[in-house]
Write a new protein. Structure first.
Length: 507
């Protein structure tokens, strides 16, 4: 039976002649976030040289954005359902562009970490709003699958555009310029979005519960911090306390959602195997991939000696594969099955990461390029289909909150991946043998070793750098192996969790 809720909006959304133009605004917002995430990895060696962060600070610069965004996504998705998704998207995009300026002009590691955290607050408003608006713009299931595919493909394209544009900027300007590229994108997004995006929100949302917001924020940040600290320094009292605090806060969040008449997040959604299986697959997939992606740019530049633009171009196969797979993922899942496409995509990523355990400093590009292409194809299939499953599992009034769950899984996986796999790389790297007189900063990060080499005699510097690069590659190899194990296990789990899941058909 067709829903009678907001029939004018529904009809308008289906028949809107400008819905594809409106989609272009939404994917521009995704591009904004994706470009920002990828240029950070490319700029890391320059940030290390200029700001001199410790190894721990460098990890915080990489993952504090994900910490904050993971803690706020559900709250911001629910807020968009209440005050309007168009409104929160445009406000968030404006803030994202302006806060990017703070990132560009940070002068200390602490300032950079704070600027990344503020960017996470703004970023938390963007991603749930874009997916929720797609859910409300495209009611035909096949059109929606294509729209989600374009949305995902744009995110992947951003991972290619970011390094290429960022590489060009890094070769001609200072590292802060890679963040300033957000400003013109933000201006276009806001101007065009004001004219083309329809407003949509839950007609009967209930109040925005601030206690739930605090529970969610404290719980997510504390749990991710605990995992990060435990991975870096062992299970001491500090991460144990943070973990217990986070678990208590999340428990309080869940209990409160079950008692509120209009919760921020309807916990009953997780009773659906397809919804919960798709969320779990997203989180573990990103966890397995993210640590590798964060350190790969450093490998290409600091180990293999590629220039920033060359390093950006070298990562292009991953984006090409993801774009191509994302555009046909919905059609493929309908022809075969959801679980075959998702599990197959995850297995492809896992096998590609397994191949990367064999790399050394002289590994040829054909092996790297083929592995990156496989990662991109696998991610394009998996993420597009799981996003479609999550969106189609809920009424359109709850689209913002459901989209936020999907994005929370993504960002939580990214934070955990950088924390755990990044800590593996750092842990293996720190103990490399070095000549007498090597500055302590050389053992904090590979960027620190390159900087320290400039203050050493030539023979000692060459010996130290060779040892440091070998240790970094060893750490990257171990992290790739751990990521491969996670991905292959997730592929097996998805095969069972998604066995009865189907994508909707038109009509």
């Amino acid at each position: 039976m067709t829903s009678t809720l907001q029939p004018e909006t529904t009809t308008e959304a289906v028949k809107r002649p400008d819905r594809w133009l409106a989609l272009s605004v939404l994917v521009l917002a995704v591009l904004l976030v994706a470009v920002d995430a990828t240029v950070l990895g490319l700029a890391t060696p320059y940030i290390s040289e200029d700001l001199g962060p410790s190894g721990t600070q460098l990890l915080w610069i990489g993952d504090v954005y994900s910490f904050v965004i993971a803690g706020l996504l559900v709250s911001m998705g629910s807020l968009g359902d209440r005050i309007g998704r168009k409104r929160i998207l445009l406000v968030g995009a404006t803030a994202f562009g302006l806060i990017s300026v703070l990132n560009a002009y940070a002068t200390t590691p602490e300032a950079m970490i704070a600027a990344r955290a503020l960017l996470g607050v703004a970023g938390a408003t963007l991603m749930p709003a874009t997916l929720a608006l797609i859910r409300n713009l495209f009611h035909d299931p096949r059109e929606r699958s294509l729209a989600v595919g374009i949305w995902g493909a744009t995110a992947s394209a951003g991972t290619a555009v970011g390094p290429i544009v960022g590489g060009f900027l890094l070769e001609h300007f200072w590292w802060g310029s890679v963040f300033l590229i957000n400003l013109p994108v933000m201006v276009v997004l806001v101007v065009v979005g004001l004219k083309t995006l329809p407003e949509s929100k839950n007609p009967d949302p209930g109040p925005w519960d601030l206690v739930s917001v605090v529970f969610s924020l404290v719980g997510m940040i504390a749990v991710v911090y605990a995992v990060k600290e435990a991975a870096s320094h062992g299970l001491t009292w500090e991460p144990l306390t943070a973990g217990l605090l986070g678990a208590a806060a999340l428990h309080g969040f869940v209990r409160r959602q079950l008692t509120l008449p209009k919760p921020l997040l309807d916990m009953r959604l997780f009773r659906k195997p397809g919804f919960s299986g798709a969320v779990l697959a997203d989180m573990l997939t990103v966890l397995g991939m993210s640590g590798l992606v964060f350190f790969l740019s450093q490998y290409l530049q600091l180990v293999q000696g590629r220039r920033p633009l060359e390093a950006g171009l070298a990562e292009l196969p991953a984006a090409v594969g993801a774009v191509a797979a994302g555009l046909i993922a919905g059609r493929t899942a309908r022809r075969y099955s959801v679980r075959a496409v998702v599990s197959g995509g995850l297995a492809a990523i896992g096998l590609a990461l397994a191949v990367l355990t064999t790399i050394d400093a002289t590994t040829g590009y054909p092996i790297l390029g083929a592995a990156l292409l496989a990662v991109g194809i696998g991610a394009g299939f998996s993420f597009t289909v799981t996003s479609d499953v999550i969106l189609s599992s809920v009424p359109k009034e709850q689209a913002g909150a459901a989209s936020a769950v999907s994005e929370t899984a993504y960002e939580l996986g990214a934070a955990l991946g950088i924390a755990v796999l990044g800590s593996i790389v750092t842990g293996v790297y720190r103990d490399f043998p070095s000549p007498t007189g090597t500055p302590e900063g050389a053992h904090e990060s590979l960027g620190g070793a390159v900087e320290a080499a400039g203050h050493m005699s030539t023979p000692a510097a060459e010996t130290m750098l060779t040892s440091a690069r070998e240790a970094f590659v060893n750490g990257l190899s171990v992290a790739s192996g751990a990521g491969a194990a996670v991905l292959l296990a997730t592929a097996l789990a998805a095969w069972f969790l998604l066995r009865d899941q189907r994508l909707e058909n038109a009509g």
